[in-house]
Design a protein around this ligand. Structure first.
Ligand SMILES: Cc1ncc(C[n+]2csc(CCOP(=O)(O)OP(=O)(O)O)c2C)c(N)n1
Ligand code: SF4
Length: 128
């Protein structure tokens, strides 16, 4: 049976790490939105894992007061799938930029109950 998670606030989900994105980067908005959303989900920090690949957005796990893994280019989905399969009780999130999620891996298409927050529209761009 699942234990009832301790009530948390957005501050509980923020780590003590200095956030290193450019001033005005849309990733700040994603970070704040996720930190504000986690308490509403009622998930425990010790049962939450953020998995990232490579890129600016992939610094995200450093800034969450949960478990996390900054992995390698193009492998966030594969690592997240492995984590979920090893411990299905974990709430596993994937954080990537538009580059990595442009071609979601087979593991994501298999719907391994892994979540990824959307990137804000201001971050969308078309390559020249
Ligand atoms: C181990 C490693 N592989 C590849 C790179 C080169 N690299 C830097 S950013 C990047 C892609 C980032 O993609 P995206 O998902 O769009 O992240 P964003 O920067 O937009 O958050 C790559 C391949 C790297 N820095 N380190
Ligand atoms: S995504 Fe762009 S604005 Fe944001 S930290 Fe990276 S280079 Fe800077």
């Amino acid at each position: 049976m699942n234990e009832i998670a301790k009530i948390t606030t957005a501050k509980d989900w923020a780590s003590d790490q200095e956030v290193r994105w450019c001033p005005g980067c849309g990733d700040y908005a994603v970070l704040k939105a996720v930190q504000r959303t986690m308490p509403d989900l009622g998930t425990a920090r010790e049962k939450t894992v953020f998995i990232s690949g490579i890129g600016c957005s992939s610094r995200f796990p450093y800034y969450m007061a949960s478990y996390g893994f900054h992995t390698i280019h193009g492998r966030a989905c594969a690592v997240a799938t492995g984590v979920k399969l090893a411990n299905p009780e974990l709430d596993v999130w994937i954080i990537t930029g538009d580059g990595v999620m442009a071609r979601p891996s087979k593991s994501v298409r298999r719907s391994a109950a892994i979540t990824s927050p959307p990137r804000p529209p201001s971050q969308d761009f078309t390559a020249p």
